[in-house]
Design a binder for this molecule. Structure first.
Ligand code: SAM
Length: 253
């Protein structure tokens, strides 16, 4: 279980939103097309600042969302107001939430499920999502393929670059470190400084590696009855060389 002490607070939430809004990740179109193809309401879990969620609303999807971070949701609501959209979002924890609708589709985009650090939390999340779905409903989420080359080559080193934030150049430092080899946990440190060198925010996220076999064991232990995994938002079976696992778990019809 998690408290309101999670990450994505204040300026970090705004920075995350601004940086990712500019990028052209394939997940946005993938989740939007999926959501527009189902017959029934959609729930985006860990919807953050609404990078994908607001696209669903704009496409006319009957979509609800929640996130642990109230600050991320505040950014989502501001963006929605600017676009004339009417969001239905609330703060909740993926490991322990309940809803009063039956969703045809639940999603958890962009590694958000990796924020759950224990098998108990991961299974609790699958149970909560399962219970939020209508019979035959689907849970679709993505999580990266832990790559030995990436871990060996880039983990442990600070990466520094200049980025525009609110129209002004800032210095961004990030470092990913393995913090528990046995449990396969890692930490991502993110620090942003303004042009005078003053810190804007410094946050550390702790996440779990979720290799395919672990997700499969979780699926087998969960109440879901069928599952499949594809690679890199291609809808092709996952294979060596893919860097993103896209899982679909189905509730019995
Ligand atoms: C990488 S961001 C992804 C946000 C959004 N899904 C997207 O694709 O832009 C991870 C999100 O997971 C949220 N999160 C982390 N742990 C959570 C939990 N236990 N329950 C709900 N949300 C959680 C964070 O607050 C953050 O907004």
């Amino acid at each position: 279980m998690h408290g309101e002490d999670g990450s994505y607070r204040g300026a970090r939430a705004r920075f995350y939103d601004e940086q990712l809004r500019e990028t052209d990740r394939p997940d946005v179109a993938y989740y939007r097309d999926l959501a527009t193809s189902v017959d029934g309401p959609v729930l985006e879990t860990a919807c953050g600042t609404g990078r994908i969620y607001l696209q669903l609303l704009a496409a006319g999807v009957d979509a609800d969302g929640f996130d642990l971070s109230a600050d991320a949701l505040a950014v989502l609501r501001e963006n929605a107001a600017e676009r004339g959209l009417d969001p239905a979002v609330w703060t909740a924890d993926l490991t322990d939430f309940a809803v009063d609708r039956e969703y045809a589709l639940a999603t958890c985009p962009f590694n958000a499920i990796q924020h759950l650090e224990t098998v108990d939390d991961q299974l609790a999340a699958l149970e909560s999502v399962h219970d939020a779905l209508a019979p035959g409903g689907r849970f679709v989420f993505d999580t990266f393929v832990p790559g030995f080359d990436v871990i060996c080559e880039t983990y442990g080193e600070w990466q520094e670059r200049t980025v525009a934030y609110r129209g002004v150049d800032h210095e961004l430092r990030t470092r990913t470190r393995v913090v528990d080899e046995v449990e396969q946990r890692f930490a991502v440190e993110t620090e942003l400084s303004d042009p005078d060198g003053e810190p804007v925010f410094a946050e550390t996220d702790r996440l779990s590696m979720l290799p395919k076999q672990q997700v499969e064991v979780l699926a087998r232990k969960s109440p879901f009855t069928e599952w499949s995994v594809t690679g890199d938002f291609t809808d092709e079976p996952i294979e060596d060389g893919h860097s993103i696992q896209v899982w679909e778990l189905r509730r019995e019809a």
